[in-house]
Design a binder for this molecule. Sequence first.
Ligand SMILES: [Zn+2]
Length: 337
Amino acid sequence: MINSRKFAQSSAPGPKRVLPGMVVKPGPPGLGPFDSVRPLQARLGNQAMGRLLQSGILMRKIGIGHAADSMAPSVQRELRRRPPGREQEPPALSPEQIQDAIVYNNGRYSETHTRIIQDIVGTPQTGRFDENTIHAIVEWQADFRMTDMDGMVGMRTLRTIVLEMMRGGYSRGRIVWMIVDGHNMPTTGLASLTYDPALAGSNASTSGPIPGDSTVVIGPDAFAQGYEGLVHTIRHELEHVQQRRSGMANQNLREFLAEGIEIMSVGMHWEGLAGFMDDAGRCLQFWDRLSTAEQQANWGRFTEIRTRVQQRFDRARAADQTTHQAVIDDFNARNRP
Ligand SMILES: [Zn+2]
């Protein structure tokens, strides 16, 4: 889908946009970031050059994607997983399908986020989903070899867009909100949700009166987990917002239930096995701190969670099962209170 157009404009002064959402780091004085590749561009043409850039090889050479450099290795690894390139051309959507995609996307993304998606997929930033934008999303989906080339920015497409935002230097606070929007996460009772680069010692924190509106802060450790972990952390904190708003005073119960949200992973990508089992261990730890009355009231939820942990465990490789055997044994040792 590469936008030779944007690439061709990249000789304008100031921070330069080459691919949607990407900002080029200014090079040393007297040497533009593209000076070293311009002869190649002239030989290959814009489109082939765009593909090369898309492959990530040249980008690292000329310093694009510097936002990634300050990130945790797990995130950097993900960012290097460039779009594999299309294997098949996307279908031409019918007017009805285009309309469905517009309705779907409008149901999720604010005007600001619509503009960002348009920036990333390379269409004019109107802030409104229109036919043009839907076509560009379909092209994007084809480049990432998605099976659903439907123009809808669902979980899988969002993932690629957010990774592109990270690479392109969008602020982390904006990225957090993009994830909230794209997953339709609950936001009632939210006083504020921000990124704080100074938050240390935990992925995130939620504070405020109970009952009442909460302030959520997401920190660098949340981002260091990689995309899925970040999504789970945000969802976990927003669960706390709902709990606090409704007056749930017991922190152990709040944590048991919020870990449960991560384990059930409804409407989110699954975390890796290590992160998942970590959640499971913590979930059980908080369960054990509940009173008998609270355990009785939440036994149904406990068994749902345990079933999910067991399913995931059963599907793991033998070596991973050995690693996590203690957690599953612990879960199975709990009896109805
Ligand atoms: Zn929590």
